[in-house]
Write a protein that binds this ligand. Structure first.
Ligand code: PMP
Length: 345
C-alpha cells in the first residue's frame, strides 16, 4: 500500500498546530504560564493532555493495541469524520459502504462533499465482496464495513472481509462498535497483518458510557499520526478522560453487564418470536436485534404511546417492516413484551 498516494496532499504536507501542552511534556515544572489559562479553579482550569497518554495506556491494557496505534476521539463519530477528511478530496474521491449500515458514514461523506456508494448486502445480510469491489474505482479511497452490523446485527463473514482487505488498495474501515457482544474474533487483533485497516471501537455500547463520548480508532502508526494531525488539539475533555479511566478499571463489572445483556437477548428474542405480530427475528451478535413484524410503523407508534421507544427501520434498504430493538434490563424487556402482547392489529 502506498499511503502517500491515498492521503489528501494538503494533509500529507500539513504542519499541524502545536499546542502549549504538547511543546512542554516531561519535567518538573510547577508554574504553568504557557497556555493563557486561569490559575484558579483547578483542575478544570488546565487544558487536558492533547494525546491522552494515560488513557491510551489504560486502553492498551484492555484492547492490546499500543499507544502509537491508537487514536481517541469524541465518539467514534469523530474518527469516521477524520478518516474522510484525511483521505478523501471533496468533489473528487468517493467511498464505498455496505447497505444497510450505520448512517453516519453516509452523512459524514456528504458533509465532506465526498460521493457515497452503497452496496447492498446479500442473503442473510451477508457481505458480497465481489459486489463491493465492483463499486470501487480509481477514486475510491475508503470502504466502510461494520461487524456486527447496525441495524442488521449479524457479523460479516471473515473470508469475504479478508478478500476485500487483500484486493482493495485503499483504506478499509472496520467498525467494531458492537464486537464486545460477539463471539467472533475482532479484526482489532489482526491489525499488524493489514496496513490498510482501521478498526473502530467505542465506550458507548458494552462499556456503558455513551454520555462521555469516547471512541477509538486502531491502525498503523502512520495512519494514526495523520489522524492526530487533523483532530482538534484538545479533542477529549478532562472529565471524559477521567470517566473513561474509571470505567476501564471496571472491566469485571462490564463483562458481567455484557453477560446479562446476552442472556436477556436470548430470552427476549425467543419471546418476541412467539408474538403473533412477529414475522421473523434475525440472528444477531450485538446488543440489539432486528425483527420483521406485521406493520412496523404502526407498532412503533403504538409502543411510543405505551412509553417505549424502539427504532423503526422500515424505510431502510432490505429492512421493510423491521424494528430494531435494543436489549434493556429484564424489567424493560418485560415491559416491551407486555405491551406487544396487548397489541391489537
Ligand atoms: N458505529 C456504530 C456501528 C454505531 O452503531 C454507533 C452508534 N449508534 C457508533 C459507531 C457511534 O458510536 P460513538 O458513540 O462512539 O460515536
Amino acid at each position: 500500500m502506498n499511503l502517500q498516494a491515498l492521503v489528501r496532499p494538503n494533509i500529507w504536507h500539513l504542519s499541524p498546530y502545536s499546542c502549549a501542552r504538547q511543546e512542554y511534556s516531561a519535567g518538573n515544572a510547577t508554574v504553568f504560564l504557557d497556555a493563557n489559562e486561569s490559575p484558579y479553579n483547578p483542575p478544570l482550569n488546565r487544558y487536558p493532555d492533547p494525546l491522552q497518554h494515560r488513557l491510551k495506556q489504560a486502553v492498551e491494557q484492555i484492547k492490546g493495541i499500543p499507544e502509537a496505534c491508537t487514536f481517541l476521539g469524541n465518539g467514534s463519530d469523530e474518527a469516521i469524520d477524520l478518516v474522510l477528511r484525511v483521505f478523501c478530496e471533496p468533489g473528487v474521491d468517493n467511498v464505498v459502504a455496505i447497505s444497510p449500515t450505520y448512517g453516519m458514514y453516509e452523512v459524514c461523506a456528504h458533509i465532506n462533499n465526498v460521493e457515497y456508494r452503497p452496496v447492498s448486502l446479500g442473503a442473510g445480510f451477508s457481505l458480497q465482496s465481489e459486489r463491493v469491489l465492483a463499486a470501487t474505482d480509481d477514486h475510491t479511497k475508503v470502504i466502510f464495513l461494520c461487524s456486527p452490523n447496525n441495524p442488521t446485527g449479524n457479523t460479516l463473514e471473515r473470508v469475504e472481509v479478508d478478500k476485500l482487505l487483500a484486493r482493495f488498495s485503499g483504506i478499509v474501515v472496520m467498525d467494531e462498535a458492537y464486537s464486545d457482544f460477539s463471539s467472533v474474533r475482532p479484526y482489532r487483533l489482526d491489525l499488524q497483518a493489514y496496513p490498510n485497516l482501521i478498526v473502530l471501537n467505542t465506550l458507548s455500547k458494552a462499556w456503558a458510557s455513551a454520555a462521555i463520548r469516547l471512541g477509538m480508532a486502531f491502525a498503523s502508526e502512520e495512519i494514526i499520526e495523520l489522524m492526530n494531525r487533523v483532530k482538534y488539539p484538545y479533542n477529549i475533555s478532562l472529565p471524559t478522560q477521567k470517566e473513561a479511566l474509571a470505567i476501564l478499571q471496571k472491566e469485571v463489572q462490564v463483562k458481567e453487564w455484557v453477560q446479562l445483556i446476552l442472556s436477556e437477548r436470548t430470552r427476549l428474542m425467543a419471546a418476541f418470536a412467539r408474538l403473533p405480530l412477529c414475522r421473523e427475528v434475525f440472528p444477531t451478535e450485538a446488543n440489539f436485534f432486528l425483527a420483521r413484524v406485521s406493520e412496523a410503523t404502526k407498532i412503533y407508534h403504538y409502543l411510543i404511546a405505551c412509553g417505549i421507544v424502539v427504532r423503526d427501520r422500515s424505510r431502510v434498504e432490505l429492512c421493510a417492516d423491521s424494528l430494531r430493538i435494543t436489549i434493556g434490563t429484564p424489567l424493560e424487556n418485560d415491559a416491551l413484551l407486555d405491551a406487544l402482547r396487548k397489541y391489537e392489529a
